[in-house]
Write a protein that binds this ligand. Structure first.
Ligand code: NCD
Ligand code: ZN
Length: 349
């Protein structure tokens, strides 16, 4: 394998927002282009709260998969104060639901139905711990008094550490970690606690929000942090530690809702996600660590078989479109009108 080409086992995306309806034609095609499977986030309006909702949503996604792709959506339920122990049991028994997502109420896009009081979900969490159903956590304090750049750290101290103390057997993915504190915390836990890392938190820091003016397309939650945190995330991603794996948090919003006086949080990375991860691993001379991070560690954590097909990458620039159709609207991807340094291609090239 020369350093200009790379062949890895087909990756999976362990944190993805596909949305619903007309948007699926675009979002599903972009992810299915390179990823074999994806953990599909449940923050629709209304949220995916039951196994029946998840199965119906899965059917709509499956209908949108392009004929040539072998994509498998892995469904999640949205944890609310009302999630019953029986529903946890049904999720565990269902072959399609793989995890339950915890959004603190008000933390991010469509999270108004999230958990208001963690104690109200203790019975559900206890059953999840017994059955081994992973809890996926959006780890930010929702206290408006806390500085937005400190919300992840405060969440670790005030919610996550006590939660793991109370439910030591609970399998947890700390989603889209953004700080050195989170990376260190995850490293120190047992193997049942892992984390996803997005391409944008590896590639950018909070300066990128304000280059020459305010940049709504870099606004996501958790918000980009200062560069020392970016550096700690890069070290975690390229470390070869199986606790850290790929989750894009690709989160499309229409161009008008981003370029707005009150712009939505979310970065749309699915069209170039694998290329961006290759770019960053290459930049840090760690291409040999990409396969573990992108294709092996997540499957192992979720106790699913590793993929068998391979994907091929070349160090060759490709252009990124200015926008894509998203239903009746447009969505602006990360790196719009710019290039990415790597391209995915068929084996024969
Ligand atoms: C996500 C979205 O738009 O659904 N937004 C984001 O900024 N990441 C929600 C989320 O994962 O927090
Ligand atoms: Zn997300």
């Amino acid at each position: 394998m020369s350093s200009d080409t790379l062949s890895i086992i087909q990756p999976d995306d362990w944190h993805l927002h596909l949305r619903d309806g007309d948007a699926l034609a675009t979002t599903v095609a972009h992810s299915a282009r390179v990823f074999a499977r994806a953990i599909v986030m449940p923050n629709l309006k209304p949220p995916v709260m039951t196994v029946a909702d998840a199965c119906a949503y899965r059917d709509r996604i499956v209908e949108a998969i392009p004929a040539a792709c072998n994509f498998q959506p892995l469904m999640t339920l949205y944890l609310t104060d009302k999630l019953s122990v029986d529903e946890v049991q049904r999720a565990h028994a269902s072959e399609f639901v793989h995890a339950i997502k915890y959004y603190p109420a008000g933390a991010t896009t469509n999270s108004e139905n999230g958990v208001t009081n963690i104690e109200s979900v203790y019975p559900a969490l206890e059953r999840m711990a017994e059955l081994g159903v992973p809890l996926l956590i959006h780890g930010e304090s929702t206290d408006p008094e806390i500085d937005i750049f400190d919300r992840e750290k405060v969440f670790i101290d005030s919610v996550l550490a006590p939660l793991l103390g109370r439910f030591p057997a609970l399998r947890v993915v700390f989603e889209h970690i953004t700080t050195r504190d989170a990376a260190q915390f995850v490293e120190q836990q047992q193997a049942s606690v892992a984390a996803t890392i997005t391409p944008h938190h590896l590639l950018y820091n909070r300066n990128d929000l304000f280059v020459g003016g305010i940049r709504p397309h870099f606004y996501c939650l958790p918000i980009l942090k200062r560069n020392l945190h970016q550096q700690a995330l890069i070290e975690a991603a390229i470390s070869g530690n199986p606790k850290f794996f790929l989750g894009t948090d690709s989160a499309p919003h229409s161009k008008v809702s981003k370029e707005n006086a009150c712009g939505c949080a979310g970065i749309y990375s699915a069209p170039v996600a694998l290329e961006l991860y290759a770019e960053i691993f290459d930049q840090w001379d760690a291409l040999d660590k990409l396969e573990g991070f992108a294709s092996l560690f997540g499957a192992d954590f979720y106790q699913l078989p590793r993929n068998t097909r391979r994907v091929h990458l070349t160090r060759r620039k490709s252009n990124v479109a200015a926008h894509f159709k998203l239903g009746n609207e447009l969505v602006v991807p990360i790196r719009a009108n710019e290039t990415v340094a790597w391209s995915v291609h068929e084996e024969s090239q």
